[in-house]
Design a protein around this ligand. Structure first.
Ligand code: GLU
Length: 274
């Protein structure tokens, strides 16, 4: 059965871009007489806040959306993501990266929305790694594309997915060896999202085209973990007057501030071209 989801992170108030994304997924589910699932993606415990989660429910209900309950909250499932990380470690496709938190944050904060190209990283020689470990240096786990390719053999070249009705051959190298976990961040968005899409039976992932690159790495994770690959639909982005994506810190376009100013959901739909 057709099943899609809207998966916001409670790191700020929802804005016009979220409204467009949520409506797009919701209406696709309705058109297919399928399921619409709301998922709270709160694995970044340093940035997510309960009041933003409460606002997500309130704002989406105001837009007229309904969703299945109970709603899955990713922070309730960290042990599942940890177990998957162990499986990947056992497959020997992960390696430790000892870059500093600052350096890693640059990469992790960039994911999933503003991607600036792969970071030049690689597994360290064993002696260097042992010395770092012995000195208690913190590390993150990265997914090695080279080792994944070696493990998947001839299946590697067949990796791909359907996006917006076309077959797309996977090009995971454009993202490089992504970080899947680190001490304060036990599961990346990528790992949790892929696992939840599978466990929730998502057949169609509908999200903004700013996440189109992510699908290239998600199919690798799906293949390594033996999970099905859903169909992808990447929708246009809603941009501000300067042609930029709305940022959560821009309060004027949050759905709640529009509501307070007396704007109706119908007016929002019109302004979004829906
Ligand atoms: N949690 C992500 C976000 O808030 C969306 C991830 C997805 O749809 O796959 O942007």
């Amino acid at each position: 059965m057709f099943a899609t989801r809207f998966a916001p992170s409670p790191t700020g108030y929802l804005h016009l871009g979220h409204a467009f994304s949520a409506w797009t997924a919701f209406e696709a589910a309705q058109a297919a007489q399928g399921r619409f699932i709301l998922r709270i993606e709160d694995t970044d415990l340093t940035r997510c806040r309960p009041e933003f989660e409460a606002a997500i429910f309130e704002d989406l209900a105001w837009l007229g959306l309904t969703w299945e309950v109970p709603v899955r909250r990713q922070s309730d499932h960290m042990s599942d993501y940890g177990a998957a990380l162990e499986r990947l470690k056992n497959l020997r496709v992960l390696y430790r990266c000892f870059k500093t938190r600052k350096e890693l944050m640059d990469g992790i904060a960039a994911a999933p929305h503003s991607f600036s190209g792969p970071e030049p990283v690689a597994p360290l020689p064993p002696q260097v790694e042992s010395a770092f470990l012995a000195s208690g240096k913190q590390f993150a786990w990265r997914l090695s594309l080279q080792r994944s390719q070696d493990l998947l053999g001839e299946n590697w070249d067949k990796l791909g997915f359907e996006a917006n009705g076309c077959w797309v051959k996977a090009n995971p190298a454009q993202l490089g060896d992504i970080v899947l976990a680190r001490k304060e961040f036990p599961s990346s968005y990528h790992l949790a999202s892929v696992l939840d899409d599978a466990s929730q039976g998502i057949t169609h992932v509908i999200r903004g085209e700013d996440l189109a690159e992510a699908a290239h790495i998600h199919v690798v994770l799906q293949k390594l973990l033996g999970l099905p690959t859903p169909v992808y639909r990447h929708h246009r982005l809603i941009l501000d007057n300067d042609g930029k994506r709305f940022a959560k810190r821009n309060q004027s376009v949050t759905l709640r501030s529009m509501r307070e100013r007396g704007t109706s959901p119908a007016e929002i739909r019109t302004s979004l071209g829906l």
